[in-house]
Design a protein around this ligand. Structure first.
Ligand code: SF4
Length: 352
């Protein structure tokens, strides 16, 4: 298991405990206290208390939730993937200051794993079957339907807890018209032995080391992620880079130039030939801002910049902020120009 986790307590829906994957996961934590819960959504001692900041990391490290994913849907996406597959997990043991996952789920946000993996893989197989061949190339992929399997968690870390992610990688290996994809900030070299045969795209998230040190709490260092790329390509993964979130601050472009140069110096010919990037500038949220002020005010000095940002009402209430119209286009052009100059072999799938 990852050094990030030291599971002491597993909150379990009885239905999940009865499934083979549920039993398997519980068997991995024989010393943990088992707490039966009615619903993985409603565990007040984990999710309720936004003032719980000091306890978050302990909860993320020590608590695991085991549930059943009830509603199975594949949502159309069009940016990082064609479809968002039903999650096999949500929550995360890492603690990035800008992470949007806890905005929906409460702030301590430990990992919840879903035990009904056979239903999930069955659903994805049938969904992909109904799509037939991809009619035309798009920026997501020229040939295959791409399913994001890690929208609400980090699959590399999830793979230290259960075989769910491996089951998905093996499923996509056998589908004629589809591939899996997930973004990650964690290097899990166990994945190198899974033989994905090009049908799983790993998107390593990268940002300059100075930003990552401040914002990417508990993740694998950026240098380690870059160093892993060649090995993942050699092991049969497609590897793209997810340049996000891009944070505008004094000296940001110079630091991005350094990062891109390091990437260029490191990549093998094989990795270069298949590389593509997605570029996503920071969005933030006033509620997360307030929460972060309680535990990590230094991060907010770069994340919360009202003089550079504009606000828009979010669907769930509160305000989402992003870099101002008029300025943002210039930032995007500056970074994509830098990418074209430093890594001319790297296709930019999208930038916004
Ligand atoms: S690794 Fe991803 S899911 Fe985990 S805290 Fe960071 S941004 Fe959120």
């Amino acid at each position: 298991m990852s050094a990030l986790l030291d599971i002491r307590r597993v909150y379990v829906e009885p239905e999940a405990a009865a499934l083979p994957r549920g039993r398997e996961i519980l068997g991995n934590f024989p010393g943990a206290e088992i707490v039966e819960v009615e619903s993985h959504h409603r565990i007040p001692e984990l999710y309720g208390d936004e003032a719980n900041v000091a306890r978050w990391v302990r909860i993320k490290t020590e608590a695991l939730v085991l549930g059943v994913k009830k509603s199975l849907t594949a949502r159309p996406n069009g940016r990082s993937a064609d479809f968002i597959a039903p999650s096999t997990a949500n929550g995360c043991a890492m603690a990035c200051a800008y992470c949007y996952v806890p905005r929906r789920k409460g702030y301590s946000n430990p990992i919840t794993v879903f035990a009904n993996i056979d239903q999930i893989t069955g659903y994805v197989r049938r969904h992909a079957g109904r799509q037939g061949a991809k009619p035309e190339p798009n920026q997501v992929d020229p040939r295959l339907w791409v399913y994001d399997i890690g929208e609400n968690s980090d699959c590399s870390l999830d793979a230290t807890i259960s075989a769910n992610v491996r089951d998905l990688v093996e499923l996509f290996r056998g589908l004629p018209n589809a591939k899996a994809s997930f973004a990650t900030k964690y290097v899990n070299r166990d994945l190198l032995g899974w033989d994905p045969r090009g049908r799983t795209r790993v998107r390593f998230s990268l940002m300059p080391a100075a930003d990552s040190k401040l914002l990417d709490i508990r993740t694998s260092p950026v240098a380690e992620r870059i160093d892993a790329i060649n090995d993942f390509v050699a092991a049969g993964y497609e590897v793209h880079v997810n340049l996000s979130p891009v944070v505008v601050r004094d000296g940001w472009l110079a630091d991005w130039a350094e990062l891109l140069d390091r990437l260029g110096d490191t990549l093998s010919a094989e990795a270069r030939a298949q590389l593509a990037a997605e570029v996503i500038f920071l969005t933030h949220n006033d509620r997360l801002h307030q929460v972060n002020l309680g535990w990590h005010p230094k991060a907010e000095e770069v994340l919360w910049r009202p003089e550079l940002q504009q606000a828009k009402r979010s669907e769930t209430g509160g305000w989402n902020v992003r870099y101002r119209n008029g300025h943002k286009g210039g930032y995007v052009a500056a970074l994509t120009g830098l990418l074209a100059a430093r890594l001319p072999f790297c296709r930019i799938r999208y930038a916004f």
